[in-house]
Write a new protein. Structure first.
Length: 348
C-alpha cells in the first residue's frame, strides 16, 4: 500500500516561453529538433508527437495543478535552452522567465538555474550568473547541459566546477545519449564524469536519465565517487510503463550504491507526473528477480528517500509536506490560469 504522506520533490520541470519558441520556429534547425523529440517522447511518455495531441502548457500555473493532483510538494523549475536550434541567436526560455513564473509559488517551486552554454558564452560570464542566481534568486540547483556546448570534462569548465563547490550548489547534469538534433552524444557519456569527480571530490553531481544507454557505466562511477548521485529524471516515464526495466535498473543500482544516492526528477509532460510518482510510491522488485539476481527488497524507508528526502538534502531545503491532499481535493486543485490549446513546444 503506497504511503501518500511522504515528502515528494522533483527536479527538471522545464518551462518554455511560447513567444520565444514561436519567434525561433522559422529556423531550419527548429523543425529538425522538434521531429527528433518524438523518439524520446515515444519511449518515455508513450506519445506520438507527429499525431498532435494536447499537453499541459509548459508554465507554472499548469505545473502547480499537476503537483497538487500528484501529491508533489516541491518542484525545481528549469529553463529550456536549445540555443543551437536557432544558431545561438536566442533560446526557448531564460532564467529570468523562470524566476517570474515561480514567484507566486514560493516554498513549492524553486529555481534550478541553467547558466549555459558555458563554454560558448564564456566561462567567466556563466560563473557570474551562477553566483548571482544563488545569492540573489535562491537558486537551489544548477543544470549543466553539455550537448549544445562541449564535453563535460573539458578543462576550461574547471573554474565553473570550482565555483559550484565554493557556492555549495549541486549540479544536475545531462548524461547518456543526447536525444535531440543537432546535438552530439559524445559530450555527455558518463565516463567523462570520472575526470570531473576525480578532480572535484566535493562537487555534488546529480546525473540525469541514469546515463541511458550507458547506465551500468554510470552506476559503477556512482559506486566509485561519493558525491555522484543517480537521477531517474525523464527515464522514470519509461520505467513506469515498462516496469521490468525499472526492476533491473534500480535493482542493479542498489548493488553498487546505497539508497541515499537515488533521486527523482520529471523531464516529462506535466500530466505524466502522477504516473511517475506513483511508480516509486508502489515500487517493489518481484521476489523471483530478487532470488535470481540478488536484488534487494524495497522498503518504505527507501521509497521515502527516493521520493524526496535525498533531493531535499542535496538542495538544502526542509523535507516537510507542503501539500495536504484532503484540502487540495476540497478546492479542486490549484487555482490559476487554465492551460489552453495544443502545445507546439517540446522537452528533452
Amino acid at each position: 500500500m503506497a504511503n501518500p504522506d511522504h515528502f515528494v520533490a522533483l527536479t527538471e520541470c522545464h518551462f518554455m516561453n511560447e513567444q520565444s519558441m514561436e519567434e525561433m520556429s522559422y529556423y531550419p534547425g527548429f523543425q529538425r529538433w522538434w521531429e527528433s523529440v518524438n523518439g524520446v517522447m515515444r519511449a518515455w511518455a508513450d506519445r506520438d508527437l507527429a499525431g498532435g495531441g494536447e499537453m499541459p502548457a509548459p508554465r507554472a500555473h499548469a505545473l502547480i495543478e499537476h503537483m497538487d493532483k500528484a501529491g508533489v510538494d516541491v518542484c525545481f523549475a528549469l529553463r529550456e535552452s536549445m540555443m543551437d536550434v536557432a544558431d545561438y541567436s536566442t533560446c526557448m526560455s531564460t532564467n529570468g522567465f523562470i524566476m517570474k513564473e515561480i514567484e507566486p509559488y514560493k516554498d513549492r517551486m524553486y529555481l534550478e538555474c541553467n547558466c549555459g552554454p558555458i563554454l560558448r558564452r564564456g566561462v567567466d560570464k556563466a560563473i557570474w550568473e551562477l553566483e548571482y542566481l544563488v545569492k540573489n534568486a535562491n537558486a537551489k540547483l544548477c543544470k549543466v547541459y553539455a550537448p549544445e556546448d562541449g564535453p563535460l570534462n573539458d578543462r576550461r569548465l574547471w573554474p565553473f566546477y570550482e565555483k559550484a563547490c565554493e557556492l555549495d550548489i549541486a549540479l544536475t547534469i545531462h548524461t547518456g545519449m543526447s536525444y535531440v538534433v543537432p546535438q552530439p552524444s559524445k559530450f555527455t557519456h558518463p565516463d567523462l564524469l570520472d575526470d570531473v569527480c576525480l578532480d572535484f571530490p566535493e562537487l555534488k553531481i546529480i546525473a540525469y536519465h541514469m546515463g541511458w544507454p550507458h547506465t551500468e557505466e554510470l552506476i559503477g562511477l556512482a559506486g566509485k565517487h561519493k558525491n555522484l548521485y543517480l537521477s531517474l529524471s525523464g527515464i522514470i516515464g519509461w520505467l513506469a510503463r515498462a516496469p521490468y526495466r525499472g526492476y533491473h535498473m534500480i535493482g542493479t543500482a542498489l548493488q553498487w550504491v546505497s539508497e541515499d544516492k537515488i533521486v527523482m526528477g520529471l523531464d516529462l509532460p506535466f500530466d505524466d507526473m502522477k504516473k511517475a510518482v506513483d511508480y516509486i510510491r508502489n515500487f517493489q522488485i518481484p521476489e523471483e528477480l530478487r532470488e535470481q539476481y540478488g536484488y534487494l527488497e524495497i522498503t518504505e524507508a527507501m521509497r521515502a528517500k527516493w521520493l524526496g528526502q535525498n533531493l531535499a538534502k542535496l538542495a538544502k531545503i526542509k523535507p516537510t509536506k507542503r501539500i495536504n491532499k484532503k484540502e487540495t481535493a476540497k478546492r479542486g486543485g490549484a487555482k490559476g490560469k487554465p492551460a489552453k490549446g495544443k502545445r507546439k513546444g517540446g522537452r528533452r
